[in-house]
Design a protein around this ligand. Structure first.
Ligand SMILES: Cc1cc2nc3c(=O)[nH]c(=O)nc-3n(C[C@H](O)[C@H](O)[C@H](O)COP(=O)(O)OP(=O)(O)OC[C@H]3O[C@@H](n4cnc5c(N)ncnc54)[C@H](O)[C@@H]3O)c2cc1C
Length: 365
């Protein structure tokens, strides 16, 4: 692939593809941009992208629906509230972000629903099509409802990142609750397990949770979102192209968070194009996650798969060991060395040592 900056192609018109095209158009007004593929449904049917605001997320953060400086992690054994003034948590509607990207691209990019047979190897081609997954991967699967309650029941300044006080019989299960006001919230039943569940199971958990913790029997459903996110290493689709987004390994295997890593990756690639340092092939692209994070994620996932019942205690210990800034930095991929030390110290040692040895001796199992 040549380091030409006259033209770029983008395969797949979702979060990564449209964000890359948008930042590239802003950076170079002479660049020709071709975007291939149907625009993602997320541009017209909103779901939320949650992220901690970091230095590279100014634009998405400015368009967010709400942000919070406080968040909680709750189990049957206790609750920890973390606070970060430097890296508040933001909720951005997919429709808002993707329309912003599409507006920036109006008159600047050519859109075609059909994929090219072969990317033009004379120009950089960024590929955000769905990656290949290993057999029987761990998944994050969820169903969320945005609801309105007549009674003011929610605490709008504190979101619930994980509340494990729900049925653990189908896998690692927690409730994620974004309170937009005292009356409105997004509440999600989220599981980490290899098998997605029928809708009724998530709904029953949400209703049970609202009844038990908010004494709420009735509400108006405003919107519903459903998703499945792979929690594993993926294999990039395509050839002669630079994989980006989920296809470029941006989804963090241990958490399913991807948005922040996608924006960081695409902004980095746009900078590289401007400075003539764009990777010439996928093999020499920068990895979206640090080496140490990738190793820790592998061990962490192995522990979760083998000992799902330990998950609530592990997440609570993690929240107890770190302050809000440290947690936000770790989840966003730029933790300090001391944070890793605190985290490792907080984990159940024997289980993690066994998992680390297992990852080394039997990586595929
Ligand atoms: C419902 C949901 C909620 C999420 N919430 C969060 C969150 O809160 N925080 C967070 O950090 N991450 C979240 N994620 C994870 C991640 O940020 C998203 O999955 C993100 O959209 C990934 O961006 P992407 O561009 O790689 O993939 P996509 O946004 O899925 O875009 C890929 C595009 O390529 C198209 N495509 C794929 N294959 C082909 C093909 N063969 N031919 C043509 N077109 C193709 C698709 O139709 C799509 O339009 C969420 C994911 C989902 C699904």
């Amino acid at each position: 692939m040549k380091q030409a900056d006259a033209h770029i192609s983008v395969l797949g018109a979702g979060c990564a593809g449209l964000s890359l095209a948008c930042y590239a158009a802003q950076a170079d007004s002479n660049l020709d941009i071709s975007v291939f593929g149907k625009v993602s449904q997320a541009a017209t049917q909103a779901h939320i992208w949650g992220f901690w605001k970091t230095g590279w997320l100014d634009m998405p953060a400015s368009l967010a629906r709400k942000s919070w400086k406080h968040w909680q992690i709750i189990t049957e054994e206790g609750a920890i509230c973390q606070t970060s003034h430097s890296y508040p948590y933001h909720a951005l509607e997919s429709t808002k972000w993707l329309s912003h990207c599409l507006n920036q691209l109006r008159g600047r990019a050519e859109f075609s629903e059909l994929m090219p047979d072969e990317p033009d190897i004379d120009y950089p081609c960024f590929d955000s099509r769905t990656p290949k997954l290993p057999a029987h991967p761990m998944l994050q699967h969820f169903l969320g409802l945005e609801i309105y309650s007549e009674r003011p029941v929610f605490t709008p300044d504190t979101l619930i990142l994980m509340d494990f006080r729900c049925d653990q019989s189908h896998g690692i299960h927690f409730i994620y609750l974004l309170p937009f006001s005292e009356h409105e919230a997004m509440i999600e039943s989220t599981l980490f397990s290899p098998d997605p569940l029928p809708e009724e199971t998530y709904l029953a958990s949400i209703n049970d949770y609202l009844a038990r913790h908010y004494q709420l029997d009735g509400y108006t459903e405003l919107r519903r979102e459903r998703g499945i996110i792979p929690m594993c290493e993926t294999m990039a689709t395509g050839q002669n192209s630079l994989p980006i987004g989920a296809n470029g390994g941006c989804i963090r295997p241990s958490s399913g968070y991807g948005f922040s890593f996608i924006i960081k990756q695409v902004k980095g690639l746009v900078t590289d194009m401007g400075t003539g340092r764009l990777a010439s092939s996928r093999e020499n692209m920068r990895a979206p996650h640090r080496w140490l994070d990738r190793q820790l994620d592998k061990v962490f996932l192995r522990v979760l798969r083998r000992h799902p019942h330990l998950a609530p205690a592990i997440f609570l210990s993690m929240a107890r060991a770190l302050d809000g800034d440290e947690m936000a930095m770790f989840m966003s991929g730029f933790a300090r060395p001391a944070t890793y030390a605190k985290l490792i110290w907080a984990m159940p040692k024997l289980v993690f040592i066994k998992a680390a040895i297992g990852c080394y001796l039997m990586p595929a199992r």
